[in-house]
Structures are given as C-alpha cells and as structure tokens.
Design a protein around this ligand. Structure first.
Ligand code: 13P
Length: 258
C-alpha cells in the first residue's frame, strides 16, 4: 500500500514567532506521524530554521522550502540555492507552484531545471502541475497536465523519479473554496500515474506519491484521501491552523490503517 504525504504550503504567511507558536501547538496535537504518513510543512525562507527545529520533536515531520534557484551561486538577487535550503534543516522543496507560474514567470523549463537541482542536492522536489479554469472548461486539462509532467520531469532517470513527489493542483480550486470532486481528483491522478508509467514503468509510477491540492480541508480531506491514486494533500489555507492540519494528518493515518 502507498504511504501518504500530508503537506502544508504556508505561502507568504507566518513569521518566525508565529512559526514557533504553531509548532508548540502542533507538537501537542501530533506527537508522531501516524503509521504510513509523513508530514511536511513549507514555511517562508526566514521561518525554515525555526520550523526545522520541530522535526526533532515529531517523528515523520519534514520541512520544505517553497522555491529554489537552479544555480549553485551567483548574481541572482533575491534567490536561494538548494544547499542554503538544506542548511536550514529542510529536506523538501515545492517547485512550480501555480502562483509562481502565474506571477514569477515559472515555466516548464525552469521547473525542470529546479527539479534536477533539488534531486542532485538531496532535496525531495514536490513538482506542482494543474490546469487553469479555462483549460478545464475547454476540456484541455489532460493535455495541459501531461505537458507539465513530461516537460517538468524531462531527463529525470527512473531511479531519481522515485525521489520526487507530484502535486496536482487545479488552479481553479486554489484558495477558492471550490474543490475538485473526489472522482475528478481520482480521474486525473490516475491519468498522471499512467503518464508516469509510460515515462518510466508501472512499478516506478506506483512508488511516486501524487498529492492533491486545492481547498483541501478537514471537511473534504477524508473523501479525497480515500481515492486510490490520491497519496496525500498539498494544503494551503487549512495548513495554517494546527488543529485543522493535524485533523487531516489523522484522517490519512486512519485511511492507511483501515
Ligand atoms: P488552498 O488549500 O488554500 O486552496 O491552497 C492550495 C495550495 O495552493 C497549496 O499549495
């Protein structure tokens, strides 16, 4: 059985003090990740170190950054390297989030370079894909997501493919309160898994975790996480509160052990 990854993307929220307060609370609610579940939280860069301190307290808790640069150093004002992220104690990194594609000119090509860099540095990349509302309405979502997967993972070997995570986040469901139905999520997750099988092979595709993101919350998480090809969540708003995030973590544990 596949294991779950329950991930929180804090976006541009929670300073250092708020991060410490969050983990004070969270470590009371989750003393260790349930069997079959890993937990990931991705704060802003300045809070990474404070967040990483909590990993010593909770077994199965990981910390990740929300972006990285694909070069090792240089004149790239405002950017950060994979090694700098690792130095904070983080071991994951979100790549190609739709907000970065939308506002910061992230392309499949930069996503691909960043994915290679993360793997090379020993960070687990969480590669985000997902269609816009107009693409879904025009029934182009399969085509759009396929291109993002194929181009984003170009040149990643079969051995390295199992070191990455894919997150499907339909842009129309992010922060809107609108969620893909469990059937819609399952349909496209199965499609992504099929694409991964043709890029690699079935065994490799089965090992790659595919997360769902887009208005996941304690009210809909159990149903979404119960779908066969949904291996976890990438959660924005509901990850900002320790109680709602921990509730989702516990649902995953319950599904794994049922
Ligand atoms: P929301 O859960 O707030 O919709 O955000 C999803 C997301 O973008 C996670 O990366």
């Amino acid at each position: 059985m596949r294991t779950f990854l329950i991930a929180g993307n804090w976006k541009m929220h929670q300073n250092i003090a708020e991060t410490k307060a969050y983990f004070n609370e969270f470590t009371k609610l989750v003393k260790k990740a349930p069997e079959g579940v890993n937990i990931l939280l991705c704060p802003v860069y300045t809070s990474l170190h404070a967040a990483a301190e909590a990993t010593a307290k909770v077994d199965g808790l990981h910390i990740g950054a929300q972006n990285l640069h694909f070069e090792d150093k240089g004149a790239f004002t405002g950017e950060i390297t994979a090694e700098m992220i690792k130095e904070t104690g983080a071991d994951h990194v979100i790549i190609g989030h739709s907000e970065r594609r939308q506002y910061y000119n992230e392309t499949d090509e930069t996503v691909n370079k960043k994915t290679h860099k993360a793997i090379q540095a020993g960070l687990t990349p969480v590669v985000c894909v997902g269609e816009l509302l107009e693409e879904r309405k025009a029934d182009r979502h399969f085509e759009v997501v396929k291109k993002q997967v194929v181009e984003g993972l170009k040149g990643v070997s079969k051995g390295d493919a199992t070191k990455l995570v894919v997150a499907y986040e339909p842009v129309w469901a992010i922060g809107t309160g609108e969620t893909a139905s469990p059937d819609q999520a399952q349909e496209i997750h199965a499609f992504i898994r099929k694409e991964l099988s043709s890029l690699y092979d079935e065994g490799t595709a089965a090992k790659i975790q595919i997360l769902y993101g887009g208005s996941m919350n304690p009210g809909n998480a159990e149903e979404l996480l119960s779908m066969e090809d949904v291996d976890g969540g990438l959660i924005g708003g509901a990850s900002l509160k320790p109680d709602s995030f921990s509730e989702i973590v516990h649902f995953a544990g319950k599904i794994y052990s049922s």
